[in-house]
Design a protein around this ligand. Structure first.
Ligand SMILES: NC(=O)c1ccc[n+]([C@@H]2O[C@H](COP(=O)([O-])OP(=O)(O)OC[C@H]3O[C@@H](n4cnc5c(N)ncnc54)[C@H](O)[C@@H]3O)[C@@H](O)[C@H]2O)c1
Length: 268
């Protein structure tokens, strides 16, 4: 039985917990939930140490700071880690520390590091393309409900345009690394595409706030030696968190099924 611990019990964590408790992932069980601000009614634990003591895999769905605070400790405790806050990995030091935990020595067994596919797909094709040869360019345009893109660092004018404007407005265009730093809750998808292809500095991201949009649309264009690829994903948002697409917890559940169910038909 794969014992799953949840770090974060918000829009994503609650759905994953429900699926596990409902028995929707054969071969896996909910072992514990660590979220001091949104406790689980039955499975809450009060520290990361208590979470790690009882599980084989941690699903991180708690945000960038939590991944920074606990990610390395999860791997060092030989517990596998499925990262959902993928945008946090634009921080080069964090990504490096997670890949090669500082306190570990070469022969030490670490928990495995998994990255959630989250709100998009097509990553299998992009990985295969990068094995065949050069990927020349990756361009992403994410169009979101305008209000979801308001950030504390914006000036009053831009905030007002996003809060009350009638037209779609480009709020960012540039490297994925910068998109992740400026819009931590809204650039996970470009981080995932960057990790699967040519990295955070060469992947180009554009974020558009559209006051007339209720869904989140991601358009990805890739030029590669193996061919030319275009994907469009249009996701409904989570009723619990409008910055998160409703499909994301189910991407996590799909991943848990692939890891836990020995007779699951795997799309590899
Ligand atoms: N990979 C993707 O495609 C994708 C898509 C959407 C969201 N996300 C990311 O997933 C993460 C979770 O999203 P969400 O919508 O569930 O967020 P949410 O705000 O609804 O829930 C986050 C939960 O984490 C808890 N938390 C925060 N800091 C914590 C800590 N240090 N220790 C324990 N718990 C802590 C909060 O109390 C909250 O309940 C975010 O980082 C978000 O950006 C990724």
């Amino acid at each position: 039985m794969l014992r799953v611990g949840l770090l974060g019990h918000g829009a994503i964590g609650t759905q994953v917990a429900k699926a596990l408790e409902a028995g929707n992932v054969l071969g896996a069980e909910l072992a514990g939930v660590f979220d001091p601000w949104a406790p689980h009614p039955r499975k809450s634990v009060d520290s990361i140490e208590a979470l790690l003591a009882g599980c084989d895999l941690v699903v991180e769905a708690a945000g960038h700071e939590a991944l920074c605070a606990y990610g390395v400790a999860v791997r060092l405790s030989r517990t596998d880690l499925l990262v959902v806050s993928v945008g946090a990995l634009a921080d080069e030091k964090l990504l490096d520390d997670l890949r090669h935990p500082p306190a570990s020595h070469q022969s030490q067994r670490l928990g495995k590091l998994y990255i959630s596919t989250g709100a998009i797909g097509g990553l299998d094709t992009l990985r295969a393309a990068s094995l065949l040869g050069e990927i020349e360019s990756v361009e992403m345009v994410s169009t979101k409900p305008a209000k979801n893109l308001i950030r504390p660092w914006m000036d009053d004018n831009l905030r007002q345009v996003l809060a009350q404007g009638q037209e779609a407005v480009i709020v960012f265009s540039g490297p994925a690394r910068q998109a992740c730093a400026l819009f931590p809750e809204s650039a996970n998808v470009c981080a995932t595409a960057a990790l699967a292809t040519i990295g955070f500095d060469r992947t180009q991201a554009t974020l558009v706030g559209d006051p007339n949009r209720q869904t989140v649309r991601h358009e990805i264009k890739v030029e590669a030696e193996s061919g030319r690829y275009g994907f469009t994903f249009e996701n409904r948002t989570s009723p619990k968190n409008p910055k998160t697409s409703a499909i994301v917890p189910f991407s996590v559940v799909r991943a848990l099924r692939a890891l836990a169910e020995s007779d699951e038909v795997m799309l590899l």
